[in-house]
Design a protein. Structure first.
Length: 455
């Protein structure tokens, strides 16, 4: 066979021959995909702890790998070397190691550094792509990545500045109390007995009670607090189901020297927690108000998931990480609009933090366990109880019957209905007044030792 014949075999008509130039688009795609796949795999690995700083660190290191592959592979296997990709690889590797360090002080300082550095880096990367990457496919694969990085830098910078300003504008009105490994924020106002303890609903903080707490304080002493990770309270390492929340609240009141027994008032999920409290510490309960409370679920209480591979914990950690990019503030302009101005601004600031997002995810993740734990309360032994049910916006066909069932916890009870929604019992001034009146009536019944009377 002649040389020409052999050459003709290699250059058959209609068959595209791979070139170094044509590989660059594939290299870009494979490099970016490798970083993304590595991030997903590492987050899912059971030996990676489900902690925010750890998951954030390994994700950043995975992305650093992707950029490093682009720099190396494009230089080795194409005629368009993208050596500039070593810069984002180095940046993300450093950021990942800072996150993995676990030092709160280092991470707090770095939170002021990385957004402007990343912003400048993205602008520089965009110019490098325009000048050095001739592949149209390669450019259009990288442009969305650069856009995401630009959004992250702007969001991260905004969140850092905003949290700093919020910390100065909204200092905690109460005091932090150590309950064993973490501190809970407690704020008591008013005077008189019995003391009312308010328990906000799922994902909420003490600021959500901006209408109710001042109204109750005109009649007696009232205490509001933030559960672990919420508001001005520290996050907790352990599970935060109803039983643990009730135990934390008991320790909080005891160490703050708030004398009982108490009138407990809980909204939504908060109703589960006050029922768990009454089941564990019956002598510390003088009366109860359930404000459109979530109903217990009969059955043996499940133990919280303490397995190292905890899907809910991983989702919570990733949610916390997203808060540093302003994710928690996206709904702020339309949230809490009907609360008093100060409470509205506090609630917006507190609900957008990393610890608040993480604790909210964890709270809903163990909701089934909390409902089963609350079913341990079978009787209040004749102590005054008012169940207040919101009649508007009900989507659960069994909601009313469940509310009726909770009203049977005491022989001294009333079941009232409010022309309100589940949330407006807290957020709307007029609807919150109905909730405050229910609390007032239970307080009076405790003081006078008289049965509750229908209004």
């Amino acid at each position: 066979m002649t040389t020409a014949t052999r050459h003709g075999d290699l250059q058959q008509p209609g068959r595209a021959q791979p070139t170094a130039k044509s590989r660059i688009g594939l290299i870009v795609a494979l490099s970016m995909a490798a970083g993304l796949i590595a991030a997903v795999v590492l987050v899912a690995m059971p030996f990676i702890p489900a902690r925010e700083n750890v998951l954030t660190g390994v994700v950043l290191l995975a992305f650093a790998l992707g950029w490093a592959l682009l720099a190396v592979l494009s230089t080795r296997f194409s005629d368009q070397p993208q050596r500039w990709a070593a810069a984002p690889a180095m940046f993300m590797a450093v950021a990942g190691l800072v996150s993995l360090s676990g030092s709160a002080a280092v991470q707090a300082g770095f939170s002021w550094v990385w957004p402007p550095v990343l912003f400048g880096l993205v602008v520089w990367m965009f110019l490098r792509v325009r000048r050095q990457l001739r592949s149209r496919i390669g450019r259009w694969l990288l442009y969305p990545v650069l856009a995401v990085l630009m959004i992250a830098s702007v969001g991260g910078g905004y969140q850092t500045v905003r949290e700093s300003l919020d910390a100065k504008a909204y200092p905690p009105p109460g005091q932090p109390i150590d309950v064993g490994g973490h501190r809970l924020h407690l704020y008591c106002t008013g005077s008189g007995s019995p003391t009312v303890v308010l328990e906000p609903g799922g994902g909420a903080s003490s600021s959500d009670l901006g209408w109710i707490a001042p109204a109750v304080a005109r009649d007696t002493r009232v205490c509001v607090y933030d559960r672990a990770g919420r508001g001005w309270s520290d996050p907790a390492d352990g599970p935060q189901d109803g039983a643990h929340i009730a135990a934390d609240l008991h320790t909080l009141l005891e160490r703050a020297q708030v004398p009982g027994p108490y009138v407990l008032a809980g909204h939504s999920f908060g109703g589960l927690y006050v029922q768990s409290f009454a089941a564990q510490f019956p002598d510390q309960v003088a009366g109860m108000v359930l404000l459109d409370s979530t109903a217990p679920k009969p059955g043996p209480a499940q133990t919280a998931n303490t397995d190292p591979y905890n899907l809910i914990g991983r989702v919570a950690a990733l949610s916390a990480a997203s808060a540093h990019l302003r994710a928690g503030r996206l709904l702020n302009p339309i949230s809490y609009t009907t609360l008093p101005p100060r409470s509205r601004d506090e609630a917006r600031a507190n609900s957008s933090t990393a610890s608040s997002l993480a604790s909210s995810v964890e709270e809903y993740g163990v909701a089934n366990t909390s409902m089963q734990q609350a079913s341990a309360l079978t009787s209040l032994n004749g102590k005054p109880l008012i169940v207040l049910t919101a009649d508007q916006g009900v989507t659960d066909d069994q909601w009313q019957s469940k509310q009726d069932r909770m009203a049977t916890l005491s022989t001294n009870s009333l079941h009232r209905h409010a022309n309100a929604t589940h949330q407006s019992l807290l957020d709307d001034e007029a609807d919150a007044a109905v909730a405050s009146q229910a609390i007032h009536d239970v307080v009076v019944a405790v003081r006078t030792s008289r049965p509750l009377a229908p209004r």
